[in-house]
Design a protein around this ligand. Structure first.
Ligand code: 2PG
Ligand code: MG
Length: 409
C-alpha cells in the first residue's frame, strides 16, 4: 500500500513573477512535489486556472480531505476522484492549477515509493529513449508584447545523434542569433520563454535571420538544423481575418495559407503549430490536406490536450500540456488517442514555468518523441534541458527515440 497520509499546497512564484500553486502529496516515508505552470496564449478550450491563493485553499481543504487514505499508486483512481469531485467540464471549481499540481505530485510520490526515477516508473520495463528537443530562438506574439506576430521561431536538429548533441548545436545557433541581432544594433533582451526579443521588420525576416544564424553557427540549414514555427494564430485572428500588426495588413485564411505554402518552399521548415485560429477548422483542414504530407502540423490551442478533440484531418500532431486538461491520466489518454489515430505528439511546457521538470519525465517515460520547453536561457527552461541530459546519461548516452532525421525527412 502507498496510502496518501497528507496533501499540502503552498503559493510559490513562476518565471513571470506570478503566483502559482505547488502541491505535495505525502505517503509514509516519501513525498512527491509539483508546481503548476501557466500559459499566456491559452486556448479557449483549456481547463481553467483559478487565482493561486484560491487554488491553494482548495488543495488544502476539499482535495486533501478527498485524497487522504487513497492509494497513490493508482493514478487513474486518484485523477478520477479529482475530476469527479471538481465536477465541472473545465476544472473550474477547484482550478486546473490546483488539480494538475496535485495530480503530478501524486505521480512523483508513487515513483518515490517505488524507489524509481519518474521516467522509469512510467515506462516500466519498456525500452525508452530521449525525445528530440524543439527549442525557441526568437520569442514573439503574446510572449513579446506582439513585437512580431509569429509567437515562436524554433529549431530542431535533424543531423544530431543525441539529446546532448542537439543541445550543443542549439546553443551555437542561439548565440549566433543573438550576435546577429546585436550586430544590427538591436537592444538584446529575451522574451517570456528565453528566446531573443525580436527586432524584425516583417515576420518573414525572422525566418531569413534564423537561417542566417544556423549558417553562422556552422550548420547546414535543413540537413543539420531545421526550423519549427508556433504561429499561435488565434492571437491575431479577429472578425474572420488574420491581422499581422507588424506588417500592418490583414489576411484572409486563404492568403495566410498561401503565405505559409510559400514559406515552406523558401525555408527549411519542418513543423508548424497552430497556423490558423483554434476555431478556424476549415482553414486547418485545408492546410493539413495541402501540406500535411510534407510538414508536421501541430494542434495546441486547437486540441488543448483533449483526447475528445483530436482530429487528424485538422492537424497531424498534438501538443501535450498537462495543465491544459488538468490531470496526468487525461494527458496520457490524449497521447493514447493520438497514437490510435496515427498522430504524433510533442510534450510541451508553458510560457509561465518554474524549476519543475515533471514534463521531461513524462516525455521519456511515455515515449513521446519530441519535447518543447521554450528557449535556451532562463533557468526554468534550462532546468528541463539539464534534466534531460541527466536522463540521457542514465540511459547510457546516445539515446534518441527517433532521430529528428527520421521524424523530419
Ligand atoms: C505555446 C505555449 C508555449 P503558452 O503556445 O505552445 O510556447 O505558450 O504557454 O503561452 O500557451
Ligand atoms: Mg503553441
Amino acid at each position: 500500500m502507498a496510502r496518501i497520509v497528507d496533501v499540502h499546497a503552498r503559493r510559490v512564484w513562476d518565471s513571470r513573477g506570478r503566483p502559482t500553486v505547488e502541491a505535495e502529496v505525502i505517503l509514509k516515508g516519501v513525498r512527491g512535489r509539483a508546481i503548476a505552470p501557466a500559459g499566456a496564449s491559452t486556448g479557449a478550450g483549456e481547463a481553467k486556472a483559478l487565482a493561486a491563493d484560491v487554488a491553494v485553499r482548495n488543495v488544502n481543504g476539499p482535495i486533501r480531505a478527498a485524497l487522504l487514505g487513497v492509494d497513490a499508486r493508482f493514478q487513474d483512481a486518484v485523477d478520477a476522484k479529482l475530476i469527479a469531485l471538481d465536477g465541472t467540464p473545465d476544472k473550474s471549481r477547484f482550478g486546473a492549477n490546483a488539480i494538475v499540481a496535485v495530480s503530478l505530485a501524486c505521480l512523483h510520490a508513487s515513483a518515490a515509493a517505488a524507489k524509481r526515477p519518474l521516467w522509469r516508473h512510467l515506462a516500466g520495463e519498456r525500452r525508452v529513449a530521449m525525445p528530440v528537443p524543439q527549442v525557441q530562438i526568437y520569442g514573439g506574439g503574446a510572449h513579446a508584447r506582439g513585437r512580431v506576430d509569429i509567437q515562436d521561431y524554433l529549431v530542431v536538429c535533424p543531423g544530431a545523434g543525441s539529446f546532448a548533441e542537439s543541445l550543443e548545436w542549439i546553443a551555437e545557433v542561439y548565440h549566433a542569433a543573438g550576435a546577429r541581432l546585436a550586430k544590427k544594433g538591436a537592444q538584446l533582451g529575451v522574451a517570456d520563454e528565453g528566446g531573443w526579443w525580436p527586432s524584425f521588420k516583417s515576420n518573414e525576416e525572422g525566418l531569413a535571420e534564423l537561417v542566417g544564424a544556423i549558417s553562422d553557427a556552422g550548420f547546414e540549414p535543413g540537413a543539420d538544423v531545421a526550423i519549427a514555427l508556433d504561429v499561435a494564430a488565434t492571437q491575431f485572428y479577429r472578425g474572420g481575418r488574420y491581422h499581422l500588426a507588424l506588417e500592418n495588413r490583414s489576411l484572409t485564411a486563404e492568403q495566410l495559407h498561401a503565405m505559409f505554402m510559400r514559406w515552406l518552399d523558401a525555408y527549411p521548415i519542418v513543423s508548424i503549430e497552430d497556423p490558423f485560429a483554434e476555431d478556424d477548422h476549415e482553414a486547418m483542414r485545408a492546410f493539413t490536406r495541402a501540406a500535411g504530407a510534407r510538414v508536421q502540423i501541430v494542434g495546441d490551442d486547437l486540441f488543448v490536450t483533449d483526447a475528445a478533440r483530436l482530429d487528424p484531418e485538422l492537424a497531424n500532431t498534438v501538443l501535450l500540456k498537462p495543465n491544459q486538461i488538468g490531470t496526468v491520466t487525461e494527458t496520457l489518454a490524449c497521447w493514447d488517442a493520438a497514437q490510435d489515430k496515427g498522430m504524433r505528439a510533442i510534450v510541451s511546457a508553458r510560457s509561465g514555468e518554474t524549476e519543475d521538470v515533471s514534463i521531461v519525465h513524462l516525455a521519456v517515460g511515455w515515449s513521446v518523441a519530441q519535447l518543447k520547453v521554450g528557449s535556451f536561457s532562463r533557468s526554468e527552461r534550462m532546468a528541463k534541458w539539464n534534466e534531460g541530459l541527466r536522463i540521457e546519461e542514465a540511459l547510457g548516452g546516445k539515446a534518441l527515440l527517433y532521430p529528428a532525421r527520421k521524424l523530419f525527412k
